[in-house]
Design a protein around this ligand. Structure first.
Ligand SMILES: [Zn+2]
Length: 531
């Protein structure tokens, strides 16, 4: 039996960005878009062009993605024509493959918020879909407050959905905007909608206000919807959106869905899910949820207790799915096997072949455990992991040694009477028998240190000339006087390759220095610089 296709629509960059404390820069958005594209979702909603400078810039340049890159915005304003609506014009001009319009579908909102008639709202949906289609865009209509609207005025909510579909929208997305609808209601209402709009044109957009956004999404699919909207880790306004990180493995691994549906995420990509989830948390500067289903550190940790011997004999009997399928691993705490196979898999991924019985693998595992306990996060800093592994395996040349560095920060009044803060760094490096001293000024101590370190590395300079730091993140771990600082640095070279390194220390300069050193050494290793 051939399977039906289910589509995944990610709105981390648009709805996810509505969450308190989330403030994506353009760089963040591009990084997350790449992460999502790598994972293999069908649609990536980037944001709301025209609403803020970041989103306008995001859609100012064509983004080459495998996924359908989608811009979000409003349908034409009531009482205006499509050719006389600047907001709509911005949206139509956005460099996007698809446009997702948000439209009212609850007559109460039409009257109170839009202050227009039901007929004019339908005309606005119709005209907006037509205008976007004429521009060659795939069109989605988010029917805002659909479920509440349906309960208040079923005929009108259905008329909005039908109008969108009949005007040519590829997807009519039913939104539980307030997040209060329950799974059995979603299933019943979506089933009714499929009598008016074909299920393979219906999407579900659920919010988590009763902790049932995932359940509501699955209920909609059971009733016939074929697109699911959600976000990575369920980030989103208030209690969040439907969590794709829980939905994806459920669709792939649970028979009721896996036997009926195909999604674009391959088995191999599913194995990167835990990592993708943790990388997003790192970018948001928050600790991953240990208890997150499928991907949390505790998701497959079984406390031995009375089951100890059974777990030791047959750990799988205590698991609902195999942890490695989602890139997680078992933590039974009776052997090091799990960590060991994890390290071996990681070594294979970075292309370091080593015999699985090699004693050095145990040493590496101990080292990784010890360092992760101290605050290093290797999952999100692949380049530092690779260097650590190469060092334990004895394969990193001593290219150069930093004999000392000095960083200072000075606040003073400059020549034109302004108060300025200037940082300066001096680095003394030994390359072979040469001692090189470089100094640089920067807009902060880490910037100055970076510039001085990379100013003159003698015979290695040519390898790092076009190295660029593209991101710098700081997180304070533990808190209180015992706090340590974790610094993550992302670098990029002339080929466009990117890598992330990590440093940990009670001192932020020291942590930054470790991450900078790893970045430079990693580049030299990759470039095959001679020792
Ligand atoms: Zn939403």
């Amino acid at each position: 039996m051939s399977k039906e296709r289910l589509y995944l629509f990610d709105t981390t960059l648009r709805d996810g960005a509505q969450m308190n404390g989330v403030d994506f820069t353009l760089h963040d958005k591009l990084t997350i878009a790449r992460l999502l594209d790598e994972l293999g979702v069908d649609y990536i909603e980037g944001g709301y062009p025209g609403a803020n400078p970041t989103d306008t810039e995001l859609f100012g340049t064509a983004r080459k993605l495998g996924a359908t890159f989608t811009a979000f915005g409003m349908t034409r304003r009531p009482g205006r024509s499509t050719s006389n609506d600047p907001g709509l014009a911005t949206l139509l001009d956005a460099k996007a493959d698809a446009i997702c319009f948000v439209a009212k579908s609850w007559d109460y909102h039409v009257r109170v918020a839009l202050e227009t008639t039901n007929e004019e709202n339908l005309a606005s949906i119709r005209d907006s879909v037509t205008a976007a289609k004429q521009k060659g865009r795939e069109v989605l209509i988010d029917c805002e407050h659909f479920f509440d609207g349906y309960k208040a005025n079923r005929d009108y909510a259905l008329a909005c959905a039908r109008t969108a579909y009949e005007s040519g929208a590829r997807w009519v997305v039913l939104c539980d905007t307030n997040g209060g609808t329950l799974p059995h209601e979603v299933e019943r209402i979506v089933a009714d909608v499929t009598q008016h709009v074909p299920g393979d044109h219906i999407g579900i957009h659920a919010h988590n206000d009763t902790e049932q956004a995932v359940a509501n999404s699955l209920a909609a699919v059971r009733a016939g919807a074929r697109q699911i909207q959600g976000t990575l880790n369920g980030v989103g306004e208030r209690c969040g959106n439907a969590n794709l990180v829980s939905i994806i493995p459920t669709l792939k691994l649970k028979g009721e869905f896996a036997d009926k549906f195909d999604i674009a995420i391959t088995d191999d990509k599913l194995k990167t899910l835990a990592q993708a989830s943790h990388v997003l948390d790192e970018m948001l500067n928050r600790a991953p949820n240990r208890h997150a289903p499928y991907v949390g550190e505790s998701a497959f940790a079984t406390k031995a207790g009375i089951h100890a011997s059974a777990i030791a004999k047959e750990p799988a009997t205590y698991e609902h799915v195999k942890p490695d399928l989602v890139g997680n691993h078992r933590r039974v705490l009776v052997s090091d096997q799990a960590g060991r196979s994890n390290v071996l898999a990681e070594l294979e991924r970075v292309g370091l072949s080593v015999d699985k019985n090699d004693q050095r693998v145990n040493r590496l595992l101990d080292e990784v455990k010890e360092r992760e306990a101290a605050g290093y996060a290797y999952e999100a800093a692949g380049a530092s992991f690779e260097l650590l592994a190469r060092r334990v395996l004895g394969r990193v040349p001593d290219y150069f040694a930093v004999e000392k560095f000095d960083v200072n920060v000075e606040q003073r009044i400059n020549a034109v009477g302004e108060r300025v803060t200037v940082s300066m760094a001096v680095v003394k490096v030994k390359v072979g028998s040469d001692s090189l001293i470089s100094a640089a000024e920067g807009n902060g101590p880490v910037n100055a240190l970076d510039l001085a370190l990379r100013k003159d590395l003698g015979k290695y300079q040519k390898y790092i000339d076009r190295l660029e730091l593209t991101d710098y993140r700081v997180r304070i771990l533990n808190g209180g006087t015992e706090a340590v600082t974790r610094v993550m640095i992302e670098s990029q070279d002339e080929t466009g390759a990117r890598w992330t390194t990590v440093g940990v220390s009670p001192n932020i300069i020291d942590a930054s220095f470790q991450a900078l050193m790893d970045s430079v050494v990693y580049k030299l290793v990759k470039a095959g610089a001679p020792a």
